[in-house]
Design a protein around this ligand. Structure first.
Ligand code: SF4
Length: 671
């Protein structure tokens, strides 16, 4: 990295907070698919077969490549598997697949040294390459710490030399859950510890004149992951480095949860212009991961082309913001109507103005379950706080605790305004101050409005809440600019962040099941990215997703899923399940579904479901309970980081897990 570039970026983690600008990294050569520099953001995934099952691994790799993977990672837990990579590679090449292979290494430098002679890239985990994890807290003196680094250098050097000789690339892949005891003792379980863990290895590589490096900072908590990558970039820049970034959220889970968590973590960084390759980790077949990664990444290909042509807006950088991108702090706002803002959890708005407003069962999709027999509503775990009715009037009585939003002109005409609140345009709000409510007035604004004369006429009182909209292509950054400006003006008005999505129809029928699934997935990914990126920074007192082509129940669960993934509002059980790999000791997908079916009502609990005892306990990070494969048909159960039942029969393991949860007083009977 040249001196001018270093100077320009010093103290920052990205080029711009308000324009799309990709952080250009060093080009790294991985077989004939280079990464970084001006190359496209690459897609990759990892096999789940046993590496000794050559045919199974070859065939799964082919399915992954056909689904869009540009690199295929395969676990090499010992020398035996590392050697078999040669056979896998040979058979792939014979079938015409030249995809670069990556060997995944934990704890076994000897396997890494074999694999580095065979495959195009090796991934090492600095937390366990030369350190053993015993969860010990050790107070090192500086001299002892330096001594440890020297020991690691001796152990790591042979691999670096082999990589140099064979032209093999290397990923230094830090995981939040598997930091070494040495790093944990000095830095704690923090983004800073994650960064330092990788930097130590990267500095050793540079000492040895080796630069074919990629780096990652994964965590199952998107907030930690985002902070760690940002801090990594800032630290690299300060030391004159610009290695490509491999983005991923570990143990993201499956289905909606996995997609939303991945979007919040990976998408936030892509919005920042960071990332050279993406791996989405889902507890699903590995070929299901590439389409999700592609959908996340594709948005930026269009964005970078567009921003080359237009947009010379003044940009805000981290220098101008008081907000730290490296730690979570919710923006200070006042509490409006004792309901939104302040210390309240972010509120959820859904639009039911286009729904059947003659049938109370319409509200089922918003989390209010109507019983015709009893003529009453029961609240589900995820019941929205506001419904938007626009100019439509329902012909049934709404639940007594559900707030209703109407366009101002319609709201004015309501005979009974209890629980009903107006939504103004900026002009309406300024023009008519006599008829506002003293309770809650929502005003629709955009970032551009902040610079308008009209905004200067706005009278602030504590009934005011902004509904922030955007039509910009790089909408998250446009909305982020709004928050940064509010900060600059010292305005503590609560803000509901609204995003609107329409999806193109492909094919003859808009009701086609595949299309509907695609729209659902894209909504989860786009909204997860756009709203998640603001919420992880503490911006937003509410969310409002508008997507007329998507069912309301999907919109409701997407909104709550985003709040859960950003840890800003917990409404369900969280599953931290690994994607599985060649080490996995049980069927992760079936086991996850089985555990979910009996525990999904335990709101707020975090349950780790890990395929192996080697990495599982570390990678569960902050799970409250863990279900970890420890042998064939054997499971070890954890309470936090403590193994409380070892090697029990898998047939009884779920009952035993529930027993532990019950004995801790954390069990409730399902409704
Ligand atoms: S925790 Fe899961 S993905 Fe990680 S090494 Fe073990 S089985 Fe593989």
């Amino acid at each position: 990295m040249n001196a001018d570039a270093v100077k320009m970026l010093q103290g920052r983690y990205c080029n711009s907070l308000t324009q799309y600008s990709r952080f250009v990294t060093r080009e790294v050569f991985i077989g004939d698919v280079p990464m970084g520099g001006n190359n496209p953001i690459r897609i990759q995934s990892m096999t789940t077969t046993d590496t000794m099952d050559t045919l199974g691994t070859v065939e799964q790799s082919i399915r992954m490549v056909d689904a869009g993977c540009e690199y295929v990672r395969i676990t090499a837990p010992s020398i035996k598997e590392a050697n078999n990579l040669a056979e896998i590679k040979k058979q792939l090449r014979q079938r015409g697949y030249n995809v670069p292979l990556v060997a995944d290494i934990h704890f076994t430098p000897n396997a890494a040294e074999v694999a580095a002679r065979i495959v195009e890239k090796v991934r090492v985990n600095p937390g366990n390459y030369a350190d053993k994890k015993k969860f010990d807290q050790i107070d090192y003196t500086d001299a002892q710490y330096r001594g440890e680094l020297e020991r690691i250098f001796q152990k790591f050097t042979p691999l670096v030399k082999i990589c140099k000789e064979y032209g093999t690339a290397m990923r230094i892949g830090t995981n939040h859950g598997s930091l070494s005891d040495r790093i944990m003792s000095r830095y704690g379980d923090t983004p800073q510890g994650m960064v330092e863990s990788a930097m130590e290895f990267m500095r050793m590589c540079e000492t040895l004149g080796y630069y074919n490096l990629v780096v990652s900072m994964k965590s199952s908590n998107p907030q930690v992951m985002v902070q760690a990558y940002r801090l990594l970039v800032q630290t690299m820049v300060a030391e004159g480095m610009n290695y490509p970034l491999h983005l991923g959220v570990t143990e993201a889970g499956d289905g909606e949860d996995g997609r939303i968590k991945s979007a919040v973590g990976i998408g936030t960084l892509l919005e920042d212009g960071l990332g050279d390759t993406v791996r989405v980790s889902l507890t699903e077949e590995p070929e299901a991961e590439a389409p999700v990664a592609i959908a996340l990444v594709e948005r930026y290909a269009i964005r970078s082309q567009k921003f080359k042509v237009e947009s010379q807006k003044p940009e805000l950088t981290t220098h101008h913001s008081q907000h730290s991108p490296y730690e979570y702090k919710k923006r200070d706002t006042y509490e409006a109507n004792a309901f939104i803002g302040g210390h309240m959890v972010p509120r959820v708005v859904v639009d039911i103005s286009r729904a059947n407003l003659k049938d109370p069962a319409t509200l089922n999709a918003a989390g209010y379950l109507y019983s015709p027999l009893l003529d009453k509503y029961n609240m589900a775990e995820q019941s929205v706080d506001f419904v938007y009715l626009g100019d439509s009037l329902p012909s049934f009585t709404l639940p007594g605790n559900l707030k209703q939003l109407y366009n101002y002109a319609t709201w004015q005409k309501l005979a009974n305004k209890t629980l009903c609140h107006p939504v103004f345009t900026l002009q309406e709000y300024i023009a008519d101050d006599a008829n506002r409510t003293s309770a809650l007035n929502l005003v629709r604004v955009t970032n551009a409005d902040l610079d308008s004369d009209a905004f200067g006429l706005l009278q602030m009182d504590k009934s005011l809440v902004f509904v922030l909209e955007t039509n910009e292509l790089h909408g998250m950054a446009d909305q982020r600019a709004f928050f940064l400006k509010l900060e600059e003006f010292a305005l503590d008005v609560p803000v509901i962040v609204k995003r609107s999505y329409t999806f193109p129809d492909h094919g003859p029928s808009t009701m086609d099941h595949g299309q509907s699934e695609l729209k659902t997935q894209n909504l989860q990914l786009y909204a997860g990215t756009d709203l998640g990126a603001l919420l992880v920074d503490g911006f937003g007192d509410g969310v409002w997703i508008d997507a007329p082509q998507v069912e309301t129940n999907v919109i409701t669960s997407t909104a709550f899923g985003i709040l859960q993934a950003t840890r800003s509002r917990i409404s369900k059980t969280e599953y931290i399940s690994c994607p599985s790999c060649g080490r996995t000791l049980f069927d992760l997908m079936i086991t996850t579904q089985m555990i979910r079916s009996r525990t999904s009502h335990l709101k707020g609990l975090k349950i780790g479901i890990m395929g192996c005892i080697v990495n599982g306990p570390g990678e569960m990070a902050d799970a409250d309970y863990g279900y970890v494969g420890s042998g064939t048909d054997k499971v070890t159960l954890y309470r936090g980081k403590e193994a409380v039942k070892k090697n029990i029969n898998s047939a009884n393991a779920l009952d035993e897990l529930i027993g532990i949860i019950q004995s801790d007083g954390n069990w409730i009977e399902p409704a």
